[in-house]
Design a protein around this ligand. Structure first.
Ligand SMILES: Nc1ncnc2c1ncn2[C@@H]1O[C@H](COP(=O)(O)OP(=O)(O)OP(=O)(O)O)[C@@H](O)[C@H]1O
Ligand SMILES: [Mg+2]
Length: 276
């Protein structure tokens, strides 16, 4: 029996620097959009490179104003100015129009919301920008999107800001290096602490089957983690050649596209069924 829900399926993608978070987010977003899903891609990395990776032009990407720079909107909704200490914050700002007002349309109808720089301020920072961004993601309803894919900055700090609270799934990306696996396991534990029920691992840039064995040994050395799924995406020279956009990969149907397409089928077909 299907369950009616009012929120989109929400997925956060995280992991160590340079493991392929943005590439995989863009590929999954395009894949799901091509299956007819209404996809909202959220760029929560201060580097803001998801737009180009999704296939927007340099000019289109440069024209985007990140939400954290919308000073007037932040004051109007959160009740305090960016840069303030948060002592005057409105606790439940009405930001239900943020995607409609500030989202931009990308290829295949993927809608993109660029968050911009978040303030780095330990666990429970209540600064206006962070409050707005968290509320904006939480406010996205099924009228706006079927699925949200949120690309994050490298490392674990963003979990301290709880942007992903209430998310349905975390995808932890790693490669076959010990440092990346350490960050992946730390990230998975933080996602579990936030109450995210499904936490999957993607071993990206896999060159040989021994890479997968190595990752599973490294996860065990970190004390293990009950990932709901562990899947591999192969090293694909075409990704390097296509940089910065995944567009040429989709046209060519390269190995990395075959792998992400299989992930979209396996993971999100089921999630969408529940969400219907
Ligand atoms: N499967 C792959 N095969 C080959 N190269 C890849 C693959 N996936 C990603 N790359 C390349 O690895 C580099 C890092 O990828 P990407 O920017 O997606 O990582 P990231 O985790 O988002 O990085 P950051 O932490 O800086 O945000 C890019 O040059 C990208 O083209
Ligand atoms: Mg990135």
């Amino acid at each position: 029996m299907s369950v009616r829900r009012t929120a989109p399926v929400r997925v956060v993608i995280s992991g160590k620097g340079g493991v392929g978070k943005t590439t995989l987010t863009a590929l999954l977003a395009r894949e799901l959009a091509r299956r007819g899903q209404r996809v909202l891609a959220v760029d929560a990395d201060a580097q803001m490179n998801l737009a180009r990776t999704l296939g927007l032009s340099a000019a289109e990407a440069a024209a985007i104003t990140p939400l954290s720079h919308e000073r007037g909107y932040i004051e109007e909704t959160v009740g305090a100015s960016p840069g303030g200490d948060g002592s005057m914050l409105r606790l439940n700002p009405d930001v239900s129009d943020a995607v409609a007002r500030f989202g931009v349309d990308g290829p295949d109808g993927v809608r993109l919301l660029v968050m911009g720089g978040l303030r780095q301020a330990g666990g429970g920072c209540l600064c206006p920008e962070n409050s707005l961004l968290t509320a904006a993601v939480a406010a996205v309803g099924r009228e706006d999107a079927d699925v949200i894919l949120m690309d994050t900055q490298a490392g674990v700090e963003h979990f301290g800001r709880a942007l992903a609270r209430g998310f349905d799934q975390a995808v932890v990306v790693t490669d076959a290096t010990a440092n990346a696996v350490t960050v992946a396991v730390q990230t998975a534990r933080l996602a579990a602490d936030l109450g995210i029920p499904r936490i999957a691992m993607v071993v990206n840039r896999m060159r040989t089957p021994s890479d997968a064995e190595r990752v599973s040994r490294l996860v065990a050395e970190e004390g293990g983690f009950p990932f709901t799924a562990v899947r591999a995406v192969p090293w694909d020279e075409a990704v390097v050649a296509a940089d910065p956009s995944v567009e040429p990969l989709l046209a060519a149907g390269s190995p990395v596209v075959q792998a992400t397409s299989a992930l979209a089928d396996e993971w999100w077909a089921a999630a969408m069924e529940v969400a219907r």
